[in-house]
Design a protein around this ligand. Structure first.
Ligand SMILES: [Zn+2]
Length: 497
């Protein structure tokens, strides 16, 4: 018993003065449970007016769903590949509450993957879209007059034959999404999933980089977020060269300007939407010698759009791309000029150079960590992250669909939630996963990764974290918090109704 008491004293010293060391087994047990409860995400929040009864309703549905699955594990949706259960998730009462919940912000999403794939499919019915079958490889691109690079045919002409149109449309739909009936067979490992994932990006690239389409796609993305009760976005963009039919092109800094203008238009249409900031995120395949150009571009963007441009990241499959260490000296030298938001530790390979990206990310003073999936294997980095309030951007569905974890109960973020590490939940590439906006990821995190006992305060903390750990300035944050709090009060009121 002495060693247990010693453990409690050690434990309470770090966590809570509420636990009093005692020789009584049941008091000790209750104290330990209480100490864990206040440590976990949202555990320190007190219930405000109306929240307790709203919570009772939410938890009734949550417990019913989990209890049913506990008795019959086949029914537990977060244990199954999202691609096969998204229709069932939509029928969940908890999910329907998630949709109404004011979720704050999406802090981790990508430019050409954050809009539902059906919107992209509908884009293929626009004028001036041509198709080419190059050795069986289908390409689509907008032209005034097609180039000689391929045997281009106007897509609307090809679709005039209903039989051909049927087959072709099905072929196009399959290229826009990872949705399949048997994902475990189609994507048996991380690499297989990423090959399909990257194929979608390559296929939609020439469609989306047509400037009017780019603008409409982005506007639609904001709309999907807004309709899902998300009020603010930090978007990672590769900032590709955009084109017009007359051959005019827009360089990356002009693309930031285009984003800014469309955001202003969206805010005029939806005045309580807080806004967007852009993170420049080129692919992590560039040569060591090329990184400086990208950093300089980012610095230029920051100077041109100081309130709209947030910072810099590198994207692509971490296991196959270059490490942060390769670019570390140049990135380190620019630390004072630009904020970093690095993807790091999106891997299962413990002790590899990919895994080490977590070390370099914190050394480079990253403001947040994209995924940080491997961080629980690095206790010192985890300590550093807690002390320095570096938020981990958890993207449950992405991690599952891209092959890091099959059953979300085994997602390492359970530890991050339990330890009260600064975290946000985000969606990464919802459009490609058949998901829409943020509620699906909130559902998976709340039902599959957090404790059964995690309640409405955990969700409230997640929403608040998404604003606290954003790049919003002090004044912007104050404005955003006011809008969010109003939405939250309305949500609590609605649940109680
Ligand atoms: Zn990402």
């Amino acid at each position: 018993m002495r060693s247990i008491i010693h453990l409690v004293m050690l434990f309470t010293g770090f966590v809570s003065s509420a636990v009093i060391p005692t020789n009584d087994y049941w008091s000790f047990r209750a104290g330990l449970l209480h100490a864990e409860e206040v440590t976990t995400i949202g555990g320190r929040l007190a219930f405000k007016e109306g929240e307790r009864s709203a919570n009772d309703l939410l938890m009734t549905h949550k417990r019913a769903e989990i209890d049913e699955a506990f008795a019959n594990p086949q029914k537990f949706l977060p244990a199954k590949n999202f691609l096969t259960v998204l229709g069932k998730i939509e029928q969940s009462r908890v999910f329907n509450i998630m949709k109404k919940l004011p979720k704050g912000a999406v802090l981790h999403a990508h430019d050409t993957a954050f809009v539902h794939w059906e919107f992209v499919y509908n884009l293929t019915f626009r004028d001036n879209l041509y198709m080419c079958n190059n050795g069986g490889d289908l390409s689509l691109q907008f032209f005034e007059t097609p180039s000689n690079s391929c045997d281009w045919k106007l897509l609307s002409d090809v679709r005039k034959d209903p039989v051909i149109a049927n087959t072709l449309n099905e072929r196009i739909r399959r290229r826009l999404t990872m949705l399949v009936e048997n994902p475990d067979e189609k994507y048996p490992d991380v690499d297989a999933a990423w090959i399909k994932f990257m194929d979608i990006f390559m296929f939609i690239w020439p469609i989306l980089t047509y400037r009017p389409v780019w603008e409409d796609y982005y506007y639609q993305g904001l709309k999907e977020l807004y309709e899902d009760n998300v009020l603010y976005l930090e978007l990672r963009s590769t900032l590709p060269i955009l084109y017009e039919l007359d051959g005019r092109e827009y360089n990356p800094i002009e693309v930031v300007g285009i984003y800014k203008n469309v955001t202003a238009r969206f805010k005029a249409d939806y005045p309580d939407f807080i806004g967007t900031k852009i993170i420049y995120a080129p692919r992590r395949t560039m040569k060591e010698s090329e990184i400086e150009n990208f950093i300089n571009e980012a610095i230029q963007m920051k100077r041109t759009y100081p309130h709209f441009f947030a910072g810099f990241d590198l994207v692509g499959q971490e296991d196959k791309g270059n490490t942060l260490k390769l670019y570390a000296e140049k990135l380190n030298a620019a630390q004072d000029d630009i904020n970093y938001f690095f993807h790091a530790g999106e891997t299962n390979w413990y002790g590899t150079s990919t895994d080490d990206n977590l070390i370099d990310a914190v050394l480079l003073n990253t403001k947040r960590i994209g995924h940080g999936y491997a961080i629980v294997k690095h206790p010192k980095v985890l300590d550093y992250v807690k002390k320095n309030k570096i938020a981990i951007e958890i993207c449950p569905i992405s991690n599952q669909v891209l092959g890091l974890v099959k059953d979300l109960r085994n997602h390492p973020a359970s530890v991050l939630f339990a330890e009260g590490v600064p975290v946000v939940v985000s969606n990464d590439d919802p459009g490609l996963f058949g998901s829409r906006a943020l509620s699906y990821d909130f559902y998976e995190a709340f039902m599959g990764i957090m404790s059964k006992n995690a309640d409405i305060r955990a969700l409230k903390q997640l929403a608040m974290n998404s604003l606290i750990y954003s790049s919003l300035s002090h004044d912007e944050l104050s404005h955003a918090s006011t809008i969010w709090q109003k939405r939250w009060d309305e949500f609590i009121h609605e649940l109680n109704e």
